[in-house]
Design a binder for this molecule. Structure first.
Ligand SMILES: [Fe+2]
Ligand SMILES: [Fe+2]
Length: 237
């Protein structure tokens, strides 16, 4: 059994230095890998990212992350990704990583994703160029997730995103903002590629558990939802 720990939306700042570390130090007893589902910072500032890098560096298990919208706020996402990578945290944006866990191979494909909404209540690629740019970003990020998943030939596969692939894990959020919390295109890719688990964050007031139309387990690990340093899930044999 592969034990996956995951958390998103830790939104760290200078005043949060050392806050998560005590719970993370004994991670090896609970998990084989730690996934970070984006929004590691509050405003995407490098000082905040430095705190995140310190919290998640040098852990006893591999750490794999995607960034969230907050991490993009200061237009420094590339610098944040590099800073985290320099601390040994793998940051995925349309890429995949393969990890050996015991005698099994775990693949994680990650992308930030984007909003756009869900079947029947979604933005469409029509009208103003700003609207087409919005939906274009939605589609492009879903395409990147597909490409990343298709590179994986592992026993177990996980899709890691910041935005939600389904509306079910958004329950508790105002329905009016669902189009800003996720998009159906991510869910379609997850079903098309047949992953074993989909992890996302972003929906602080959503709920933890859902399932795609194709039957893939989805977990919203936003920290305000899971209310702990991380949630753990078992996968594989
Ligand atoms: Fe967040
Ligand atoms: Fe977010």
């Amino acid at each position: 059994m592969i034990r996956v720990a995951a958390v998103g939306d830790v939104h760290l700042g200078e005043d949060a230095r050392g806050r998560l570390r005590p719970a993370l130090d004994n991670l090896a007893g609970h998990a084989d890998v730690l996934l970070l589902a984006g929004d590691l910072t509050r405003h995407g500032a490098l000082d905040e990212a430095r705190v995140a890098a310190e919290e998640f560096a040098g852990l006893p298990v591999p750490v794999v992350a995607v960034l969230g919208n907050h991490d993009h706020h200061s237009d420094a996402a590339d610098d944040i990704a590099k800073l985290l990578e320099d601390s040994g945290i793998r940051v995925l944006e349309g890429e995949a990583v393969t990890l050996e866990v015991g005698d099994q191979r775990l693949g994680v494909a990650g992308v930030k994703g984007f909003g756009g909404g869900f079947a029947g209540k979604c933005a469409s690629n029509f009208g103003e160029r700003e609207m087409k740019a919005f939906v274009g970003h939605t589609i492009e990020r879903a395409d990147r997730l597909r490409a990343a998943l298709k590179t994986l030939d592992t026993d177990v596969r996980i899709a890691l995103t910041h935005y939600s692939p389904i509306p079910e894990t958004l329950r508790g959020e105002p329905p009016e903002i669902y189009p800003f919390l996720g998009c159906y295109q991510l869910g379609e890719v997850i079903d098309e590629c047949g992953v074993d688990l989909a992890i996302h964050g972003h929906a602080h007031f959503g709920c933890e558990q859902g399932v795609t139309p194709g039957g893939v387990r989805v977990r919203n690990v936003a920290q305000p939802v899971i209310r702990s340093a991380f949630a753990t899930y078992g996968l594989g044999s």
